[in-house]
Design a protein. Structure first.
Length: 276
């Protein structure tokens, strides 16, 4: 005879295997993300040229608001410090937290959400490799490095410490296009809006990506077009992933062999509780 506990073991094993597989995917993606950013960190000439090209386009369509926002906000300590904390922490905390909650409590939504997040991040890696782009804070022209100016309030390095090979040296300084700060924030907002039941909560969910977009621009860490690219990338990946994981439509017609069954036929008579 097979006990109920023994029958549950294969399902438990499969669950643990699936969890380890998902964890391995996330860790592998993070390693690839970090390695790619570091691999292109020395392409300064191309990165500066690409930044000039983006700024030229922005000026042509009147989107070049980075300098104005940056110089207005950075001198205001009570605005600059929270912006620096937001930039340095939120995407490291919120994105993984939402992914874990989805995996544990919303498995149907988790599958397309995970696929969209990973696909967008992989495409972003290609962007960093083939189109390295310097952020505004590194191109001169009056832009101020907000995080460097507020480094005394947090753990992030100042510009001098970064140049000297401090803790900032482990990051690629020219991986601005696309902005995955904005892309991941959009992903979080879409997830929250999808789970929300009231219309005003759905609208409020997008305050997260709106705030993140403002922060990355006013701190001179991204161009407006970097943010636009992040939105387009994640939005497109979400649409494709949602369609790929869409469940098949349920049949509205009962199988022929079930038409004559009575409700009593579905009652378990106890004979299936144990198997020999």
């Amino acid at each position: 005879m097979v006990s109920a506990t023994q029958a549950e073991r294969p399902a438990t094993t499969r669950s643990r295997t699936a969890t380890l597989r998902e964890l391995a995917l996330v860790v592998g993606l993070y390693v690839a993300y970090s390695a790619t950013r570091l691999a292109v960190g020395g392409q300064w000439g191309a990165a500066r040229e690409h930044a000039d090209q983006l700024l030229h386009v922005e000026r042509a369509v009147h989107l070049d608001v980075e300098l104005w926002l940056n110089t207005v906000v950075t001198p205001v300590t009570w605005l600059a410090v929270p912006a620096s904390f937001w930039y340095s922490t939120m995407h490291f905390i919120v994105t993984p937290a939402v992914l874990v909650v989805l995996y544990r409590r919303h498995p149907v939504l988790y599958r397309p959400a995970r696929t969209a997040l990973m696909a967008a991040t992989l495409v972003a890696l290609l962007g960093y490799y083939f189109f390295p782009t310097a952020p505004p804070r590194l191109v001169g022209g009056g832009y101020v490095d907000t995080l460097s100016e507020t480094s005394g309030y947090g753990w992030w390095p100042s510009a001098a410490e970064t140049a000297a090979g401090g803790s900032g040296s482990v990051t690629n300084q020219v991986a601005a296009m696309p902005s995955m700060h904005v892309g991941w924030a959009l992903w979080v907002s879409i997830v929250l809006a999808t789970l929300a039941r009231r219309w005003w909560l759905k609208v409020l969910a997008y305050a997260y990506v709106a705030t993140t977009t403002s922060v990355v621009v006013l701190t001179a860490n991204h161009w407006v077009l970097d943010a636009v690219a992040g939105v387009v990338l994640v939005g497109g990946c979400w649409v494709v992933a949602s369609r790929a994981h869409r469940p098949p439509p349920a049949s509205t017609q009962a199988p022929v062999h079930d038409l004559g069954r009575r409700p009593a036929d579905d009652v378990d008579d106890g004979r299936t509780l144990a198997a020999s």
